[in-house]
Design a protein around this ligand. Structure first.
Ligand SMILES: Cc1cc2nc3c(=O)[nH]c(=O)nc-3n(C[C@H](O)[C@H](O)[C@H](O)COP(=O)(O)OP(=O)(O)OC[C@H]3O[C@@H](n4cnc5c(N)ncnc54)[C@H](O)[C@@H]3O)c2cc1C
Length: 593
């Protein structure tokens, strides 16, 4: 007997029909999507406990494109912790890199990528990126992405360390245009449920295989089973006090993967963008490199260039520019330097950078006549969950795509525009995803009524103290593991974070999460839900920050986005990736050719 369950997506209000079979059936067989029996976790929740074919966690560029590339017959659940529209993907300004001009070539794109990566790019991953990028551009155009054009051709801009104009854009709102185009298609995809405001809290691992995920869905904490899980949770820029990233870019997916036993690589490599707006009382706001690509220059208060020592000047690699700015700021005792847009013709600046100019004007600045105050900020995490060329992790059933992954494309430093393209290229591999089997014990055996939970915070902790602890941790990461780092400061910080991590782990709400049986669903009261969200924020940030510091301490050299004042040179013996895995000592692996 087959029955249909109708539920409504939170985001669109569209009706979404799923078919449920009372007899086990193969995925994709006509009329049947699920294997096994399913029951809703609770009548008020529209997420069935599964089994889903694929659960995609994160709805930025990587997660959205993954949904579109997965075979259409697969039943997909797309989860997004956010209820707002913020994501790094949406905030991307500059553009997306691909060879589209006859004078350019894949070899040149690869060469620039390898050079920026300072000896640590895996050549096979780079090849895959540059060769598949033009196909991804065509695919995006078919999906409705309207790149800026120059006559019949796609318009391109130059960004730092590219030797050709190959960055495609939509004014300075490329990310927004991309996310909106993908989102529109995702909402039309058959067999997909998109739920906002649902947070992945733990991966379901048995015998080293991933079988699903635990979620905090409003007030419900419960497990979902799936044949495959794709982590597309973004990077970790928000671990630092100064960042261009939104708050949910705090490395949560990385923490979940590490706890599950996934291999993590190259965490010490963080890209600090040289030009984030630095204005007292205003949030950090990225001033795209494309602004310098079009002619803007960095200046100090005397009008001198702080980057005159760099051979590529204003368009030198971001780590070099960031360090020059930090050094000049220390030397001159100032909190910011200036970005002078006057070399760009006014009409061109207005047409190309409307968002940047508008944001500056809203804050009382006159960006076309006075230098914009800027300073470096954490921007992109090259390291992440290690994946192969199919985006698979070392745990069968678990995939990672986008900034949360470490594919080997970026090495020690990312070339501008390559990260959005990496999301597209590795999502593309999902067309041939391998689905696994289901766990022995299914969540379909769950008791249908949730257990109430009104657990309180223990000891002296309260919402304010947790919020303060998060802010302090971010400041610590900026001070000790920011643009320049040294062993002394990092060792002390690591010890103190590990102590705090142990302390917070004693909170009963976190124990509820880590010990929840698969067949149980808990319903939290409002206070417990708020406190658990804060505890998870702090706990996962502590874990991710400690992994970051361990990796920074491990690599006793400077390379790409990792600069140690106590080991300022690159060392040949360190031309290897760093690796971290739960229960194992840090190790290295050779660079792939
Ligand atoms: C200001 C800015 C400008 C940039 N400009 C460019 C550019 O011009 N070109 C370029 O190539 N790159 C650029 N980048 C980098 C690029 O935007 C990102 O690397 C890329 O968008 C990452 O995409 P993603 O899908 O991996 O992650 P994101 O876009 O960060 O999306 C992650 C998603 O995961 C969700 N999530 C996180 N944790 C959980 C959880 N536990 N449960 C459920 N959901 C979760 C989040 O809510 C979010 O929806 C820029 C980045 C920033 C911040």
């Amino acid at each position: 007997m087959k029955v249909s369950i109708a539920s409504t997506t939170a985001s669109t209000g569209k009706r979404f029909l799923t078919k449920q079979s009372a007899q086990p059936q193969a995925v994709g067989t006509p009329g049947g999507f699920f294997v096994g029996f399913m029951r809703l976790p609770h009548p008020s929740s529209s997420i069935t406990a599964g089994p889903w074919d694929v659960v995609v966690i994160g709805a930025g560029a990587a997660g959205l494109m993954t949904c579109l590339e997965l075979p259409a017959q697969l039943k997909v659940l797309l989860l997004n912790r956010n209820t707002s529209r913020h994501s790094s993907s949406r905030w991307a300004q500059g553009g997306i890199a691909a060879v589209t001009r006859p004078k350019d070539s894949a070899e040149s794109h690869a060469e620039d990528t390898l050079k920026a990566g300072a000896g640590l790019c895996d050549a096979d991953a780079v090849r895959q990126l540059v060769e598949e990028a033009p196909h991804c551009v065509q695919r995006l155009q078919k999906l409705g992405m309207a790149f800026d054009r120059e006559g019949d051709a796609l318009a391109t801009t130059l960004e730092a360390a590219h030797s050709h104009r190959r960055v495609l854009h939509v004014q300075d709102q490329t990310g927004r245009a991309l996310v909106e185009a993908l989102q529109e298609q995702v909402e039309r995809r058959p067999n997909l449920l998109h739920r906002r405001g649902v947070r992945a809290t733990q991966l379901w691992i048995e015998h080293n295989r991933c079988y699903g995920v635990q979620v905090l869905d409003g007030t419900l904490l419960h497990w979902l089973s799936a044949r495959a899980v794709v982590l597309a949770t973004g990077g970790g820029g928000h671990l630092f006090a100064n960042t261009t990233n939104p708050a949910q870019a705090c490395g949560e997916g990385l923490a979940l993967a590490w706890q599950a036993g996934a291999t993590i690589e190259d965490l010490e490599f963080v890209q600090f963008h040289p030009t984030a707006l630095k204005l007292e009382g205003a949030p950090c706001f990225l001033i795209s490199e494309a602004v310098r690509g079009e002619g803007a220059v960095l200046v100090d208060a005397q009008g001198q260039s702080p980057v005159k020592e760099l051979s590529a000047g204003d368009l030198a690699p971001r780590d070099q520019v960031s360090r020059s700015l930090i050094q000049t700021m220390h030397h001159q005792g100032v909190q910011h330097l200036g970005l002078d847009l006057t070399p760009i013709p006014t009409g061109q600046a207005e047409a190309r950078f409307p968002t940047i100019l508008e944001r500056c004007r809203e804050l009382g600045l006159d960006p076309l006549n006075q230098p914009i105050p800027v300073a470096p900020a954490a921007h992109y995490w090259m390291g992440g969950i290690a994946t192969n060329l199919q985006a698979a992790t070392n745990l069968p059933g678990l995939y990672a795509i986008g900034e949360v992954a470490c594919t080997g494309v970026h090495g020690a430093n990312r070339l501008a525009g390559n990260s959005l393209m990496e999301c597209m290229v590795f999502a593309r591999q999902m067309a041939t995803i391998e689905l696994g089997s289901l766990p022995r014990l299914g969540v379909h055996q769950r008791d249908s009524s949730p257990e109430p939970c009104c657990q309180k915070l223990n000891g002296s902790e309260n919402a304010e103290s947790l919020t303060r602890a998060i802010a302090d941790l971010r400041e610590l990461c900026w001070q000790k593991a920011g643009v320049d780092r040294s062993a002394k400061g990092m060792q002390q910080s690591l010890a103190s974070i590990c102590k705090d991590l142990q302390h917070i782990g004693e909170q009963p709400l976190l124990k509820l999460v880590s010990h929840q049986p698969k067949e149980i669903c808990h319903r939290l009261d409002d206070t417990a839900r708020r406190d658990l969200n804060l505890l998870l924020d702090l706990n996962h940030r502590q874990l991710t920050s400690s992994l970051l510091l361990e990796a920074c301490l491990f690599r006793r050299e400077s390379r790409g986005g990792h600069f140690r004042t106590d080991a300022p040179a690159a060392m040949p013996q360190w031309k290897r990736h760093s690796r971290q895995k739960r229960g194992e000592d840090l190790s290295t692996r050779p660079v792939r050719s």
